[in-house]
Design a protein around this ligand. Sequence first.
Ligand SMILES: NC(=O)c1ccc[n+]([C@@H]2O[C@H](COP(=O)([O-])OP(=O)(O)OC[C@H]3O[C@@H](n4cnc5c(N)ncnc54)[C@H](OP(=O)(O)O)[C@@H]3O)[C@@H](O)[C@H]2O)c1
Length: 110
Amino acid sequence: MQTEMEDEAYSELTPIQKFFFGRSVFITGATGFVGKVLVEKLLRCCPGIGMLYLLMRPKRKRTAEERLDKLFQAELFSKSKRSASPFSKESASHRWRSSERQARDFGRTF
Ligand SMILES: NC(=O)c1ccc[n+]([C@@H]2O[C@H](COP(=O)([O-])OP(=O)(O)OC[C@H]3O[C@@H](n4cnc5c(N)ncnc54)[C@H](OP(=O)(O)O)[C@@H]3O)[C@@H](O)[C@H]2O)c1
C-alpha cells in the first residue's frame, strides 16, 4: 500500500517516469558505451523502476559476475548510488547493495 507521500511523489513523475514505474526492463549491450548510459539514466531518473535484467557474457578472462561488479564500480554510477528515491525507505546505498546482491543471486540461477 502506498503512503500519501508516495502518492504525491508519483503524481509529480513525468510521463516517461510513470511508464517505467514498477516495470522490469531487459537490456542487452549494458557493458557498451550506449548501454551503460541507458542503465545509469534509468536508475537515476526513473525512481520506482522495477528490476533491470542485464544480459552479460564472460569476456577476456572475466566472468559475467566480475563484469557486473566492474560496471557498477564505474564513476558514471556514483551519482545514482547517492540519489534517494521517494518510493523507498532504504538509503540509496542500501538499495544499491541489495540490488547488486539480487543481481548476483539471479545470475547464479543460470
Ligand atoms: N555509440 C554511438 O554513438 C552510437 C550511435 C548510434 C547508434 N549506436 C548503436 O548502438 C549500439 C551500441 O553501440 P555502442 O557504442 O554502445 O557499442 P559498444 O560500446 O561496442 O557496445 C556493444 C555492446 O553490445 C554487446 N555485444 C556485442 N556483440 C554481442 C554479442 N554477439 N552477444 C552479446 N552481446 C554483444 C557488447 O557486449 P560485450 O561487452 O560482452 O562485448 C556491448 O555490451 C550499436 O548497435 C551501435 O551501432 C551507437
